[in-house]
Every structure is written in structure tokens, then in C-alpha cells.
Design a protein around this ligand. Structure first.
Ligand SMILES: C[S@@+](CC[C@H](N)C(=O)[O-])C[C@H]1O[C@@H](n2cnc3c(N)ncnc32)[C@H](O)[C@@H]1O
Length: 255
């Protein structure tokens, strides 16, 4: 099936590993199949995956151009209703068996996954499920070339530590969007420390975890004040940000 999409959603459609991961998670879903919500449906591709499984799918998209594409793509499917709305303003009237919400980005800082799920979770049945199910965030010490917050999209940097898990979220739980963590990371070589690298792993379901993919959570690089470090030094950094409030909310400093 050929999908009409905006340039951004076309790039999403070209990331085969991203699509296969979501396809597999939806195929493996084993709960009730009366109603599913696809929140932020974009081109509608995930609603299309849901269409053979659920009696009814409500697909909500805030962006008018993307909504128009999804509406056209999903016209042949009588069990899908496509709605042009901000999820936060949508008048939910029924509880769903499954919520699919892919407003993901590294550390969930720049997209609205957390505020949207905190709002929509009350419209999930008690035994309902969410895809993806959650995320795991890791951090490493790095030496960066660029001294501003940026994504790892073909840039150079040196890694100066092992990767440390600093937070994990289950999307079925209410999530506090305010993140404040005291990191304590051991350097594994000498070097010029001036940044952190955050990597987010997406838990699609109990058995499927995907690492960063070209169009799914490229690692985030965050500058720190420059510091010469030696192997085995314990580096203490306070990391703060607000999930859903953008990369401008990120603060990282030594403590
Ligand atoms: C990463 S894209 C994923 C789209 C879709 N899953 C796909 O594969 O094409 C996230 C989508 O969520 C939409 N979105 C973001 N915030 C939203 C909100 N508050 N309400 C509805 N849609 C939203 C964006 O416009 C975007 O199309």
C-alpha cells in the first residue's frame, strides 16, 4: 500500500527498522481488541497496522497537513476514524484496550509523549496496554566538538565512560515530567570532558526493546563545562530537564 505523507513522515516511513519494530509489537499484542487509540497518528501507518486487529480505531493528529494525509490513506478502512485535534483537547468518550502513542524522542524531552500519556491514560481500560510500553535512558561522559545541545546525527565525539542507566519509565504509570538526577559516573580513560551523551532505548513490549534508529531517538549530546579528567575519576553531574518542554529546559552542571 502506498502512503501519502509529509516530508517528515516520509522519512519516518523509510526507517524500516522503526516500522518493523512497531509492526511486531502490534502483531504480538494479545489483549482485548474492541478499541485502540493511535495518538499522533502522522501518516496513519500505525493505524493501518492496527486495522486488521481492532473493531474500532480512533487516530488523532494535531498537524493539519499530516491529518489530511492520514485521512486519505485510511479512507478504505471503515473501522478507522481520523480526527484533526490536539490530544490534550480531544473529548475522549470511551476507554480503549490499547493506546499507541509514538511521540518519542531522546529522554522524552522534546516531544509530548509524557504530557499526552498523562492526559490520555485515564481513557485506557484497567487491563489496557500502551505501545510503546516505556523507555530506558542511559548516559555517558563525552568529549564534544559542538558546545550546544544537539543530536547525534553524523557528528564526532569521544566517549570517556561506560554507559550508565539513569532512569526508566513504564508508560502505564503516571509520570512526573520534572527530571532531576544526581549522576555519578566513573571515567574509563583520561580526556577532556565537556559533555554528556544520552541514549534512549524504547520498550515496545515485554520482549522487544529497540535502541536508537535513524528516525527513532538519535542520542542527545549535552554540553558541560570543560574539565580534564583521569581514568577512574568519579564525575558528579546534576542533570535537569522537563519532559515535553523542549531541549531548552535541559541543564547539566557539576556538583
Ligand atoms: C513521531 S510522529 C509519529 C507519527 C506516526 N506514528 C507515524 O509513524 O507516522 C509524532 C506525531 O504526533 C503528532 N503530535 C504531536 N503532539 C500532538 C498532540 N498534542 N496531539 C496530537 N498529535 C500530536 C505530530 O504532529 C506527529 O505527527
Amino acid at each position: 500500500m502506498k502512503f501519502k505523507a509529509t516530508p517528515y513522515h516520509s522519512d519516518l516511513l523509510k526507517d524500516n527498522d522503526r516500522l518493523s519494530a512497531f509492526f511486531e509489537a502490534i502483531e504480538e499484542y494479545g489483549g482485548n481488541t474492541e478499541l485502540a487509540y493511535d495518538l499522533g497518528c502522522g501518516s496513519g501507518i500505525l493505524s493501518y497496522f492496527l486495522s486488521g486487529k481492532f473493531d474500532e480505531i480512533i487516530s488523532i493528529e494535531i498537524d493539519k497537513k499530516s491529518f489530511n494525509c492520514a485521512k486519505e490513506n485510511l479512507t478504505p478502512f471503515e473501522n478507522i476514524e481520523v480526527v484533526n485535534s490536539d490530544v490534550l483537547d480531544y473529548n475522549f468518550t470511551e476507554k480503549a484496550d490499547l493506546i499507541v502513542c509514538e511521540m518519542l524522542d531522546t529522554a522524552l524531552v522534546d516531544e509530548e509523549e509524557v504530557p499526552v500519556l498523562n492526559h490520555a491514560r485515564k481513557f485506557l481500560k484497567p487491563d489496557g496496554k500502551i505501545i510503546p510500553q516505556g523507555v530506558i535512558n542511559t548516559v555517558e561522559l563525552v568529549s564534544l566538538e559542538r558546545h550546544y545541545v544537539h543530536w547525534d546525527e553524523g557528528v564526532n565525539y569521544d566517549v570517556l565512560s561506560d554507559s550508565v542507566v539513569y532512569s526508566e519509565f513504564d508508560f502505564l504509570d503516571e509520570i512526573d515530567p520534572y527530571v532531576e538526577v544526581d549522576l555519578s559516573i566513573k571515567a574509563d580513560c583520561d580526556g577532556e570532558l565537556n559533555g554528556l551523551k544520552i541514549t534512549t532505548f524504547t520498550k515496545l513490549n515485554d520482549s522487544l526493546i529497540v535502541g536508537p534508529l535513524p528516525m527513532l531517538n538519535p542520542p542527545l549530546l549535552i554540553p558541560l563545562e570543560e574539565k580534564q579528567i583521569k581514568v577512574n575519576d568519579l564525575i558528579k553531574v546534576k542533570l535537569k530537564y522537563i519532559m515535553g518542554n523542549g531541549i531548552e529546559s535541559i541543564q547539566a552542571q557539576y556538583y
